[in-house]
Design a protein around this ligand. Structure first.
Ligand code: ATP
Length: 361
């Protein structure tokens, strides 16, 4: 049975702003669930309602089968790290981190050792005597995270806990959070804007858009089998290439895909889901540059290579094709001069979406 269950949860603020529109979501015991989506899609509101800081307009939440309304916020054994840290300005880093355990009247030596252990892991030992005003934004963010880890609640709610850290610290904190979760698999709902963070930390990812859930799945499911164009575009860097066109069913030959002023034959073994208007999605790594001299196949197409970006371990080809731009990613170093080149899609990886709804076919 799932630990937390959101059922048809809706929230409209007093000024009429709709924030959540019918959220159905199950979170398992010990799961680390990443919640991602663009700004304003309702991620924080979802966590705040679970933490008891806001009320839903309708719908229901249960924890271990018990209605949330029947559990007093102080008895919910969950704690939240807020986007704005919410540290007590008059207390030191140590006192901020110790606050939860002190409120539970735990023995002094236990508090001391718990705070020191967490401060060490988060690299905060040297700052333990300072007040929040005397440390940087990134350090405050780690103190807020530390305060939650010291309390060790059964449910952790993290609202963008790594957003103010530089790239290096962010990656080491990500590793630390993953390790902490491995050692103590505590149910965690983790809000982030960052697709890499969601992919690398989340055991499952919940993708939200406009107060609704677009898809819930493992990182592999979300990347390889997105339910719709929105999810497909949200994950992947550079983003997926999308071509809006139509499939023309050649009764005497193989079907072809037409878009803008272009047309390419589809491989005979590929059965596109439909004929007519459609949107084709090809990830940058599913386009292969064909070295000059190799025979061009019917399913290849010619594009203009504008620039190659070298990332060290990969190359990004910036291409243009009549009126649209597209990206190709290759792990091998390739020497192509700018100009006309031939590319070949890995057709078996192609994703097809409904032209109007954007849902995957
Ligand atoms: P971000 O990633 O920018 O933090 P979010 O996905 O967490 O965004 P929420 O903070 O949950 O989004 O906000 C959802 C919607 O509700 C937004 O349109 C926001 O402007 C609105 N909203 C949030 N709090 C209030 C409030 N107290 N009164 C009115 N509208 C609100």
């Amino acid at each position: 049975m799932s630990l937390i269950s959101f059922q048809k949860l809706c929230k409209t603020f007093d000024d009429g702003t709709p924030a959540l529109e019918g959220i159905d979501l199950e979170v398992d015991q010990g799961e680390l669930l990443a919640i991602v989506g663009p700004s304003g899609c309702g991620k924080t509101t979802l966590l705040r309602i679970l933490a008891g800081l806001d009320n839903p307009t309708s719908g229901n939440i249960t924890i271990s089968g018990k209605n949330l309304d029947s559990i007093e916020p102080k008895n919910r054994d969950l704690s939240m790290v807020f986007q704005n840290y919410a540290l007590f300005p008059h207390l030191s880093v140590f006192e901020n981190m110790a606050f939860g355990l002190q409120a539970q009247k735990r023995p002094k030596h236990e508090i001391q050792s718990a705070v020191e252990q967490v401060a060490k892991r988060l690299d905060l030992l040297e700052l333990i005597g300072r007040k929040p005003a005397q440390i940087s934004g990134g350090q405050r963010q780690r103190v807020a995270l530390g305060r939650l880890l010291v309390r060790n609640p059964s449910i952790r709610l993290l609202d963008e806990p790594l957003s103010n850290l530089d790239a290096h610290l962010r990656s080491s904190m990500r590793r630390e959070l993953a390790l902490l979760h491995q050692e103590n698999p505590c149910t965690t709902l983790f809000v982030t804007h960052d697709q890499v963070e969601a992919m690398t930390l989340g055991q499952r990812i919940c993708v939200m858009k406009n107060g609704q859930i677009s898809q819930v799945g493992t990182p592999t499911e979300i990347y390889d089998s997105p339910d719709n164009q929105f999810v497909a575009q949200f994950f992947g860097s550079p983003p997926i290439n999308l071509f809006r066109g139509e499939i023309v069913d050649g009764s005497h030959s193989t079907p072809s895909f037409r878009w803008n002023d272009q047309s390419i034959s589809l491989p005979p073994n590929l059965s596109p889901p439909l004929t007519g208007k459609i949107c084709l999605g090809l990830r940058p790594e599913h386009l292969i540059p064909i070295p000059t001299g190799q025979t061009k196949k019917q399913q290849d197409w010619s594009v203009q290579l504008e620039r190659i970006e070298n990332l060290g371990d990969a190359q990004i080809f910036h291409l243009s094709d009549h009126s649209s731009c597209l990206n190709l990613r290759t792990n091998r170093e390739q020497n192509f001069p700018p100009g006309q080149i031939t590319i070949r899609p890995s057709w078996e990886k192609a994703l097809w979406f409904d032209h109007d709804s954007g849902n995957r076919l």
